[in-house]
Design a protein around this ligand. Sequence first.
Ligand SMILES: *C1O[C@H](CO)[C@@H](O)[C@H](O)[C@H]1NC(C)=O
Ligand SMILES: *[C@@H]1O[C@H](CO)[C@@H](O)[C@H](O)[C@H]1NC(C)=O
Ligand SMILES: *[C@@H]1O[C@H](CO)[C@@H](O)[C@H](O)[C@H]1NC(C)=O
Ligand SMILES: *[C@@H]1O[C@H](CO)[C@@H](O)[C@H](O)[C@H]1NC(C)=O
Ligand SMILES: [Ca+2]
Length: 538
Amino acid sequence: MATLLLLLLVLGLLAGGRAQYEVCRSLRGSEAGPGWEFYACQPPPTNMKEFMQIRVEPPGMTCGNPPERFCTLENPYLCSDECDASSPDLAHPPQLMQDRERGGLITYWQTVTWSRYPEPLLANISLSWDKSLELVDDIVVTFEYGRPTIMVLEKSLDKGATWQPYQYYADDCMEAFGMQAKRVRDLAPSNLTRVICTEQYSGWVGAKEERNVVFEVRARFGVFAGPKLINMDTLYTRMGSVKGLRDFFTFTNLRLRLLRPALGGTYVQRDNLLKYFYAISNIDVPARCKCNLHASECVLRGMALQCVCDHNTSGEDCQACSRPLTSRRWRPGSYLPVPTGTANICEESAILDNCECNGHSNRCSYIDFLNVVTCVSCKHNTRGRSCEACRVGYYREAATPLDDEDVCSECNCDLQGSLNPRCDEQGLCPCKDGVSGRRCDSCQPGYRWQQGCIENFCDEDITLCQNGGTCVDFQRCVCTADFTGPLCQKEVCLKDKGCVDDTENNSASSLRHSPGFVTRDLCPLKLACLMLAVATQC
Ligand SMILES: *C1O[C@H](CO)[C@@H](O)[C@H](O)[C@H]1NC(C)=O
Ligand SMILES: *[C@@H]1O[C@H](CO)[C@@H](O)[C@H](O)[C@H]1NC(C)=O
Ligand SMILES: *[C@@H]1O[C@H](CO)[C@@H](O)[C@H](O)[C@H]1NC(C)=O
Ligand SMILES: *[C@@H]1O[C@H](CO)[C@@H](O)[C@H](O)[C@H]1NC(C)=O
Ligand SMILES: [Ca+2]
């Protein structure tokens, strides 16, 4: 009863839409007793600013060391403000970009002023989590004293090893980056993941009026889910099926490259450079841990976020099967079918074996009239419903696991030595007569390779040339002057030696001789010579 209640509760939550993909499993009652039912699951969204490590470059960029005066764009003649790193009230260290502000007091990080103009005032702010995260809402960077006129947001998917642009921001995209200005609302489903330059967040409208620079996630989701994100099922369906869509919202690090500060809507005024600088009071990064739909929780262990993996998976992103199941092929969970998704748990089971393609294909197809699922486009020279066999012309390497890329080796049968190019399970090719070797590329004793193996006519072991003849190329005997015949077994019968010649009426040069063994000793005796000729039916 309690199980049923729990199940109803879970289903109720799932159907409600809000709690989509919240639980990884639930107990389910059946005739065989209670058992687990598994679902695709993901941790709840968090404001990741609490967990980010901030690094500012170049190192001396933060103001206040030494103490420095600065002015503001809106009242350039009032320059009474001061930044002093040694005074708690006047310091503006980087951590003020991620603090929780209390009582309406705005706290912010601030840079040195642009006193070395025309050298550009550049700063990089790297935000790292050392963990794959997925954006769930807009990134909002709040600037005090005006937003930069040029900046780039970049992201890394590999903890800072490589970077790629995420969005360009400029008051004139063409001038700054040679790009046409776009808005996210111009994007269609087909080009949602395009990196754009926008002029929406860089123009001067007054430092107090517009303080935010936004990376729009909500509007991008809205392309699929509708403007109020009512139709999240459609979004999740697309996330599960459109290649690259989920990755677009995934990152491990972010970097803000500040390339030109706010100018107050006019040119740089060299006589008062103290009013140009960057100041950021807050960076919101609403995201969730990427756990490949195998965890509903993500916790801080030491300094790093980590998924609390279910479904017999493990790793910081639940990206592997836990021991002792490491031999099983791991798969991410799937948003499909909505609303519960597919857990794709790591387990030893015959059913999984049948459905899997042993790592040689990631595409299956359902054959309706046979009621079977079969792998399609098996790679690595495999074939079969589960890509479990080797293609014609290949054989299974017995010592190699079935899911290894090198499981099938080419038969490589020698075309001249083999009857056909198909080898057996041991890789043995079917050889023609006299041929040997796995690939049928060598000869048995008494045979010689000549576009296949041909039997030796004469050689040292089996057949010898007679009467002093010599074997040439294993194929013919070259006889001495007095003998002839394939094996030089026959004496040349000349009339003066008294030999019977049955071709008297032919010219002497084309004397024909019957095949048969005639020795030098016997030949002079006419009778014996004749008898032998008769005996061998000449
Ligand atoms: C030539 O040989 C053939 C058979 O070998 C024989 O029939 C024929 O009589 C011979 N001719 C002469 C002129 O001996
Ligand atoms: C910001 O990072 C980029 C890429 O690593 C680098 O080329 C550039 O010099 C950095 N800028 C500053 C001001 O450190
Ligand atoms: C995206 O595609 C739509 C419709 O095809 C087009 O109007 C829009 O300009 C494209 N946006 C970008 C940034 O290419
Ligand atoms: C996890 O693996 C263990 C060991 O094979 C197995 O007993 C257990 O049922 C598995 N759990 C799940 C959720 O599949
Ligand atoms: Ca702050």
